[in-house]
Write a protein that binds this ligand. Structure first.
Ligand code: HEM
Length: 554
């Protein structure tokens, strides 16, 4: 239609079908653009109200709140990204993600090496920049077969490989675990002899675990001299333990000097022990290959010291490395023992059931003639194992962290080189779909979560329900010991040690519950809960104590 007013343009005649077709094309175009732009954005981003600042601060200062936001974001997304400082971090959950973090195929592309050289080696291991550079320059990888192009390196000079291999071998192989377990049973059993059959004694579960169990564990791994030479060593250990997170974050001394002071006192004590052991030990003598001897304690410690001396590390660095090992030994096992004792003692029926199980593995020690526990059978008891699994699931809470050295793909998302991967236990271990049961939500401690009952018929034809251990969820939703090449090398020993400590206390004493106590010593009307200040830092200890009365069963 032509206009009659002023200069005009002739408009084409538009049909309805032409208009509809144009609108549809436009809609399709907009949809495509939106789709392409959203897939280009990668995985879901965690909201960051002050970009790159808020999330970083919350991660460091209130990890629990940060992790609750991550948990919510991961309800419908197996990969969530955010920035922590300048670093792009990808939090992952689910089968594919966990296989990527822990799998053998990507062992050279997904590693913990930047974590070590960036944080642990300069702080906890006390290495100077040129010493850290030696690790950075070792490109031969962690596996027995060196990465192609590095085959020329003498095997003992391969730092990453030897560090992992020595621990995996001497902490993990059954022939070395067994003598350590026997030694722990004897040492802790002897420590318990101070509680007699003649009188009831009131004790604190926290003190028992942080004192006697931790002391026995240190004496087994490092020999008795460490505590003999520094009688307050166990106090120094806990003071160091309290400050580890601040130390690793590298908070400067002028802001807070307490962490480095605690570390100084701790490493100094270990150095005293180390110097004495190095002077006294005969490397050519009969104990050179002993499973355990009193100077260095367990073989794992002696082999690590030997290799570090051979490869030229300063005594202070070796002492600090042993300090990190003592931390790995106790920092998770002791809270786990504490929680297991508290959970069992607080429920009279559970205590009774566990004691009945323990009675089936009680033996007479051939050397001392005293009652003790058969360690091999102990770790197969169904109910005790279920309590162990449930305790680790609920109370061990950190994000297993790895660096991405080559681009990888998880659930269709490309994770670029240079970013960081984190597998949060709090997301996997508390997942309702995996762990929840009709009357027991995933966030609740339920001693029998990992028990199945099957009917068995005996020779007389009588049928009864038999209790069996069966983990309630998938392995990829449960990784308290991490996974892959860096998986905790002490995990087998940890299970023996914790179950032995808990088993000896519960089987050798009559126990009466006294009450719950707050850290200030006042009584509490409700049981302990996880101390969430430790969320993301490893084991979450109980926020209050339990006191009991005990008397040895004569
Ligand atoms: C309940 C007890 C324990 C728990 C939950 C636990 C957990 C862990 C975790 C999550 C890691 C990091 C794994 C990774 O990055 O994938 C680790 C590393 C380690 N653990 Fe344990 N652990 C326990 C007991 C022990 C014990 C008893 C020992 C020693 C006898 C030990 C020695 C180590 C060592 C040496 C490392 C470092 C390995 C490395 O640097 O690659 N752990 N542990």
């Amino acid at each position: 239609m032509a206009s009659t007013n002023g200069p005009t343009m002739a408009l084409p005649e538009i049909s309805l079908s032409y208009l509809l077709a144009s609108l549809l094309s436009l809609a399709a175009f907009v949809f495509l653009v939106l789709k392409l732009s959203s897939s280009g954005r990668g995985p879901r981003a965690l909201a960051d109200p002050i970009p790159r600042v808020f999330n970083t601060l919350q991660f460091m200062l209130n990890n629990h709140k940060f992790m609750i936001r991550v948990q919510n974001a991961m309800r419908d997304s197996s990969v969530v990204r955010c920035y922590l400082g300048p670093k792009a971090v990808y939090l992952v959950t689910g089968q594919q993600g966990l296989r990527t973090v822990f799998g053998r195929e990507l062992v050279h592309s997904v590693t913990n090496q930047e974590q070590m050289t960036g944080f642990a080696l300069p702080t906890l291991y006390r290495m100077k920049p040129d010493e850290v550079r030696r690790w950075e320059n070792d490109k031969s990888g962690v596996t027995k077969i060196p990465i192609s192009g590095t085959e020329h390196m003498p095997s003992r000079q391969r730092l990453w490989f030897n560090y992992e291999h020595i621990y995996a071998e001497y902490l993990g192989k059954p022939q070395y675990v067994k003598p350590q377990v026997d030694m722990f049973r004897h040492t802790f059993g002897t420590a318990l002899e101070r509680y007699s059959a003649d009188e009831w004694k009131t004790i604190s579960i926290l003190e028992l675990c942080r004192g006697e169990i931790a002391g026995a564990a240190i004496s087994v791994l490092f020999g008795p001299d460490l505590v003999k030479l520094t009688p307050d060593f166990i106090d120094r250990f806990w003071s160091f333990d309290e400050h580890v997170f601040s130390l690793v974050l590298g908070i400067p001394k002028w802001i807070n000097s307490a962490p480095s002071k605690a570390h100084d006192r701790y490493v100094a004590a270990i150095e005293t022990w180390l110097n004495r052991a190095l002077t006294k030990f005969d490397w050519e003598g009969p104990d050179a290959e002993a499973d355990w001897e009193p100077r260095f304690g367990a073989r794992a410690v002696r082999e690590m010291v030997k290799w570090m001396k051979e490869t030229g590390w300063r005594t202070e660095v070796i002492a600090a490395t042993m300090g990190a090992l003592a931390f790995a030994l106790n920092s998770n096992s002791i809270p786990t023992s504490t929680w297991m004792l508290m959970e069992i003692i607080k429920s009279p029926s559970l205590l009774q059931a566990v004691r009945e199980e323990l009675a089936t593995v009680t033996i007479t020690d051939p050397k001392t003639g005293k009652q003790t526990l058969d360690s091999q059978k102990l770790v197969t008891l169904p109910l005790l194992q279920s309590v162990w699994t449930e305790t680790l699931r609920l109370r061990i809470n950190f994000n297993i962290t790895r660096d991405v050295k080559e681009p990888i793909t998880i659930d269709g998302h490309t994770i670029p080189k240079g970013s960081m991967l984190q597998a949060p236990m709090m997301v996997a271990h508390y997942d309702e779909a995996t762990w929840g049961a009709p009357d027991h939500s995933a966030s609740e401690f339920w001693a029998e979560r990992h028990i199945r009952y099957t009917n068995v018929t005996d020779s007389s034809g009588k049928t009864s329900a038999s209790r069996q251990y069966a983990m309630a969820g998938r392995a990829t939703s449960y990784f308290p010991f991490g996974g892959g090449a860096n998986m905790c090398p002490g995990r087998q020993y940890a299970k023996f040690e914790v179950l032995m400590a808990v088993g000896l206390v519960l089987s050798q004493f009559d126990i009466q519950f006294v009450g719950w106590f707050k850290p200030d010593g006042s009584s509490s009307d409700h049981p302990a809960e996880s101390d969430m200040r430790y969320c993301g830092a490893g084991a979450m200890p109980p926020d209050r104590d339990m006191k009991i009365r005990l008397r040895r069963i004569s």
